[in-house]
Design a protein around this ligand. Structure first.
Ligand code: TRP
Ligand code: SF4
Length: 337
């Protein structure tokens, strides 16, 4: 039955525990997509090495943390194929073939790479420290996608250029070797992340403004005490304006019912509810929502063998498909067999 389904593939770098931005921006989306598509979700440990090649002490823990967050969020290993990139070395094989046919200037014009290069530069690491591997990572990503001949790639807007590059590479491969092997994958845009960080900026681990999926109820409440509110509402009896409440009211829009939103809005405008109380009520809602996910995560955390099994079984499954692709590629390229 799965044969007729469209395929999707998407990956995440193992950067550690995921936050609510990941959950609402990406994972919830994946959980829905897995019902409709034959889905491959992988932990992109080789991609992590493109920038963190000298900070690998946490690799194992980061992989486990990402897996735990995925499973707790509802990515289902019985429906989707969950795998670890480095456990499907066919990825690297395909990367080699693709890297041979990809013009250097196609990679050079990749906008994400330009941003990355700038970041490295700002960090006083000059451009020459942009490694060969980092330079080639858009091609590695193309290999991830083409390995399963995916039809769609659920990604954020920042990754769309990579999917376009993948299409170009897929077409070029078919042309050069005169085959109809690869289809041209389309990006499937993930909605704009709804949740800001507690300081009003984009939620991100490195900004120290995030709430983790795995944070306890207490930590969630404590972190929210620092969240930005209406900046003009300084004293308790100042009247507030939810429209100017950049962070807290935004969360109410996601976690509160229409009635609750109206009530908060009214109480804020009339100064009958203070920001501290407002935040307390909000975090109670968030914690209620997250509780089953957090509980599932804690349960799974106690079963390292089960987790390992999921990674290995999933990777084995992915590898079977990947081998078929590599066979076809090597036939097309006319490698000695
Ligand atoms: N490059 C993506 C990111 O940094 C992760 C990624 C790697 C990916 N390979 C992929 C996403 C293939 C989708 C498909 O977020
Ligand atoms: Fe924001 Fe709530 Fe304070 Fe109003 S009461 S400013 S909505 S935190």
């Amino acid at each position: 039955m799965t044969e007729n389904k469209n395929r999707i593939v998407s990956g995440m770098r193992p950067t550690g525990k995921l936050h609510l931005g990941h959950y609402f921006g990406v994972l919830k989306n994946w959980v829905n997509l897995q019902k409709e598509f034959e889905s491959f979700f992988f932990i992109a440990d080789w991609h992590a090495l493109t920038t963190k090649y000298n900070q690998t002490d946490d690799m194992k823990r980061n992989v486990e943390d990402v897996l735990l967050d995925w499973l707790a969020s509802g990515i289902d290993p019985n429906i989707s194929t969950i795998y670890l990139q480095s456990l499907v070395p066919e990825t690297a094989q395909l990367h080699i073939y693709l890297s041979m046919i990809t013009p250097q200037n196609w990679v050079e014009r990749d906008p994400t790479l330009k941003d990355l290069a700038k970041i490295m530069k700002d960090k006083q690491e000059n451009m020459s420290n942009l490694s060969y591997g980092l330079f080639g990572y858009p091609v590695l990503m193309s290999a991830d996608i083409m390995l399963f001949n995916s039809n769609f790639v659920p990604v954020g807007i920042d990754q769309v250029a990579h999917v376009e590059l993948t299409r170009d590479i897929a077409r070029r491969f078919n042309n050069i070797y005169n085959v109809e092997l690869f289809n041209e994958p389309q990006p499937k845009l993930t909605q704009i992340p709804l949740l800001k960080g507690l300081d009003g900026n984009k939620m991100g681990k490195s900004f120290n403004n995030d709430i983790k999926i795995s944070d306890t109820a207490e930590i969630t409440e404590k972190k929210f005490r620092t969240a930005i509110t209406d900046r003009n509402r300084i004293r308790r009896d100042d009247k507030g304006d939810p429209d100017n409440c950049e962070v807290v009211y935004d969360y109410w829009k996601i976690f509160g019912s229409k009635e609750e939103q109206d009530e908060i809005c009214e109480g804020c405008k009339m100064a009958t509810i203070g920001c501290a109380e407002c935040k307390k009520r909000l975090t109670a809602k968030i914690n209620e929502y997250m509780m089953p996910i957090r509980e599932k995560r804690s349960e799974l955390e106690k079963q390292p063998d089960y987790l390992k099994n999921i990674i290995y079984e999933g990777s084995k499954k992915a590898q079977q498909k990947a081998k078929e692709t590599i066979d076809k590629v090597e036939q097309a390229v006319k490698m000695y067999k």
